[in-house]
Ligand binder design. Structure first.
Ligand code: UDP
Ligand code: MG
Length: 328
């Protein structure tokens, strides 16, 4: 069997209400290209009927290929598994909750055919998000943009199309704390954006509560920047500088200013506690990096597959099992 022209990958976590409609829209969009395609759905340890629905979809359409994880590994590992199992010449990553409209894929394909290797979706508008999510997301993308070395475009999600050569490089990047939208940009090649309106969720609620978002933001920052580690250096120099000036002043006052006394334990206490706080924060920041290094060193697989269907003819399943024996 020859490779399909397009692979679409979509992570699924408790999306039973959305899946049939999602598949319908993907099918409609991809069929309209008149080229061959496959869709890989990754069940990220759903607790609802998502996996049963995925199996039904596969029964009716062999272009639907399905994977199931042994437990919930998270969105980024799910997308990574999808990438590992793709065969297409161009690969589209899309959320399965219909927030990324499948019809935008056609615009991405146009850009790809113009010669761009990475076409990412830029959210010109977000519908149905709480103001809190909107503000934190905006802030997050701006911080990331400023303190990282790669120029990650503002307001892009994981919704994007990649040429095979980008996917091949991405597959070789096995870091544990993954910020895929940054990693794809880091790779380089010719890149372009396509604007789209991020829709409301078709059904269900977000699986990214604040805690997960915060962790994701930390992952993004730590995997692309040393700036937090350097903050301690800057703080150290500024405080040491200020203290030196302070010392000179104290000596001067003691020698030449008659009847001048320095009073107040409170002042001393505040100064000491302030510095103590800064030291703890700095330690914490180092801990963030250290923990991530520890995770990398352990070298566990990024995800564990419990079941897969539709990969009988391809080498990818075999590659997966081989990788389990050769995890660095
Ligand atoms: N998702 C997943 N594993 C998770 C959380 C989410 O596979 O642990 C999937 C989810 O089914 C959806 C996509 O990742 O297709 C994006 O998640 P969600 O819509 O909850 O995030 P949001 O759009 O609110 O940022
Ligand atoms: Mg969503």
């Amino acid at each position: 069997m020859s490779n399909p022209q397009y692979s679409v990958i979509a992570p699924v976590y408790n999306e039973e209400e959305t899946l049939p409609e999602f598949y319908r829209q993907i099918k409609e969009t991809m069929d309209s290209t008149n080229e061959s395609w496959e869709i890989i759905l990754i069940n990220d340890g759903s607790r609802d009927r998502s996996w049963e629905i995925m199996q039904e979809l596969r029964k009716n359409d062999p272009r639907v290929k399905i994977l199931s994880f042994a437990k919930n590994f998270g969105h980024q590992p799910a997308v990574t598994a999808g990438l590992d199992f793709t065969m297409g010449n161009a690969v589209v990553m899309i959320d399965s909750d219909l927030q990324d409209p499948p019809s935008v894929i056609l615009d991405m394909i146009v850009k790809w055919k113009e010669g761009y290797d990475l076409v990412y979706g830029v959210r010109s508008e977000r519908k149905g998000e709480t103001w809190f999510k909107e503000v934190t997301a905006k802030l997050f993308y701006r911080i990331i943009f400023h303190i990282t070395d790669v120029n990650i475009p503002l307001d892009t999600g994981d919704f994007r199309l990649m040429d095979r050569k980008v996917v091949d490089v991405l597959q070789s990047m096995r870091e544990r704390h993954r910020f895929i939208r940054g990693m794809t940009v880091w790779i380089g090649f010719k890149q372009a954006g396509v604007e789209y309106v991020r829709e409301e969720r078709f059904a269900g609620t977000t699986k990214y509560p604040f805690k997960k978002m915060f962790k994701f933001a930390l992952d993004a920052i730590t995997s692309f920047s040393y700036v937090p580690l350097q903050i301690a250096t800057y703080f150290g120099f500024s405080i040491a500088g200020l203290s030196a000036i302070g010392t000179l002043f104290v000596v001067y006052a003691r020698l030449f200013m008659i009847n001048h006394e320095f009073t107040g334990q409170a002042t001393t206490l505040v100064a000491v506690l302030f510095l103590g706080g800064i030291q703890l924060i700095t330690l914490g920041i180092m801990g963030e990096y250290l923990g991530r290094i520890y995770d990398e060193v352990k070298g566990r697989p990024l995800y564990v597959v419990r079941d897969m269907q539709g990969f009988e003819d391809s080498h990818v399943a075999e590659t997966y099992y081989r990788s389990l024996k050769h995890v660095q």
